[in-house]
Design a protein around this ligand. Structure first.
Ligand SMILES: Nc1nc2c(ncn2[C@@H]2O[C@H](COP(=O)(O)OP(=O)(O)OP(=O)(O)O)[C@@H](O)[C@H]2O)c(=O)[nH]1
Ligand SMILES: [Mg+2]
Ligand SMILES: [Zn+2]
Length: 358
């Protein structure tokens, strides 16, 4: 029998959450503002949510580093190192106050410095569960088009779940996900075949899949072509090679990179800032710090199936509505997994993410 909780939720209009068009909450508590790692000290005490236009010059945040925001002005192209101002206003409640890619209004203080007065509503965002008990959404990047979900063929270990988490986050933040398997040079033909099998499901779901080597250059033209005309954000665990990809595409060793640890095969969190660069081959690319845990923000467990698009055609046949597809009898999603219509790896990710949302 459906639990009380699920019975109550069944009053909610089903279509609202299946389509992922749930309205985001707009109430804000200034104390909940989280400005990302290292930004706490810079946290302004008064934050107002408003959609009214502030005075000041329009620009875009092109670098974020511990409370310093490099803002490039729209008209002159000049860059100012900015801080946030007491009384700053934002159209993005309950999230990181200023993120890379944000459109802002600033007041220049002198030739090189300024203060941010207002942050405009984000068209897209890559968000995750912020640290801290009262956690608010931590926005890793704003206003990008593509989310490049970078995983490594080896070191750090290849994991499917992280891709599926990123795809859910991309859909929540209106970004187009691209699956990128880097370090393909380290894989022998046998491993290449195994990896190709693992990621084939994303192609059938309609998400581009690329195998690349930022080191040897293999597959990089295809990545360039995808990025051209777009703003793309590199995201993934530490050590997967995000900054190496950026350097390769810039044709410049601008970003520091570091070897993955030998003992536990993990990255060492080399990148601590976020930057947005114009690529010589077209398009714009954002490099971000590596993440350890990627928690999904702003989603009820019962809403998760709406973000696994291949579940949609099955879930209307589940006996219970809503059905969590975890244990209910006569669950059409589980039947589809058993009969091979849904990829078992995707279902395993669904269960893992479902568990983490509870
Ligand atoms: N073999 C191989 N090594 C690579 C490739 N791309 C990156 N690496 C290496 O992987 C290590 C980590 O690369 P980074 O670019 O620092 O990784 P990152 O994702 O930016 O890591 P964080 O900044 O910590 O998040 C470095 O030693 C790179 O040289 C590749 O295509 N093949
Ligand atoms: Mg890096
Ligand atoms: Zn079900």
């Amino acid at each position: 029998m459906p639990s009380q909780r699920r019975t109550r939720q069944s009053n909610r209009p089903h279509r609202d959450w299946v389509k992922g068009e749930r309205k985001r909450q707009r109430n804000v508590d200034a104390d909940d503002e989280h400005v990302g790692t290292g930004h706490e000290a810079m946290r302004p005490k008064e934050i107002t949510i408003t959609s009214q236009t502030a005075e000041g010059e329009h620009g875009e945040v092109i670098q974020v580093r511990s409370g310093h925001y490099h803002v490039q002005l729209r008209d002159s192209g000049r860059t100012f190192v900015c801080r946030t101002k007491r009384g700053i206003t934002t159209d993005n409640p309950n999230t990181t106050l200023v993120a890379i890619g944000d459109r802002v209004q600033i007041q220049p203080m002198n030739d090189t410095e300024g203060v941010i007065l207002h942050v405009a509503e984000r068209a897209t965002w890559l968000g995750r569960k912020g640290a801290g008990e009262r956690g608010i959404e931590q926005v890793i990047a704003a206003n990008a088009d593509l989310l490049l979900c970078i995983v490594a063929a080896d070191r750090p270990d290849f994991r499917r779940t992280i891709i599926d988490r990123f795809i859910v986050a991309a859909l929540l933040g209106k970004l187009r996900p691209v699956v990128v398997v880097n370090k393909i040079d380290t894989a022998n033909p046998e491993i290449r075949e195994i990896l190709a099998d693992e990621v084939a499901v994303y192609l059938t779901l309609g998400y581009p899949v690329l195998s690349i080597s930022a080191q040897s250059g293999e597959g990089m033209e295809k990545l360039q072509e995808l990025i051209a005309g777009n703003t793309a954000v590199l995201a993934g665990q530490s050590g997967v090679g995000k900054s190496t990809v950026m350097n390769r595409l810039l044709g410049n060793e601008l970003r520091r990179t570091a070897e993955v640890r030998h003992n536990d095969r993990r990255g060492v969190h080399t990148t601590v800032d976020s930057v947005l660069h114009l690529l010589p081959t077209g398009g714009r690319l954002i490099d971000t710090p590596g993440i350890r845990e990627f928690g999904i923000w702003d989603l009820q467990p019962e809403e998760l199936d709406g973000y696994f698009t291949e579940f949609l055609e099955h879930l209307r046949n589940c006996r219970y509505l809503p059905c969590t597809h975890t244990h209910e009898p006569n669950c059409a999603v589980r039947k589809a997994v058993e009969s091979g219509l849904i990829d078992p790896g995707r279902y395993a990710s669904y269960l893992s993410i479902f568990d983490s949302l509870r």
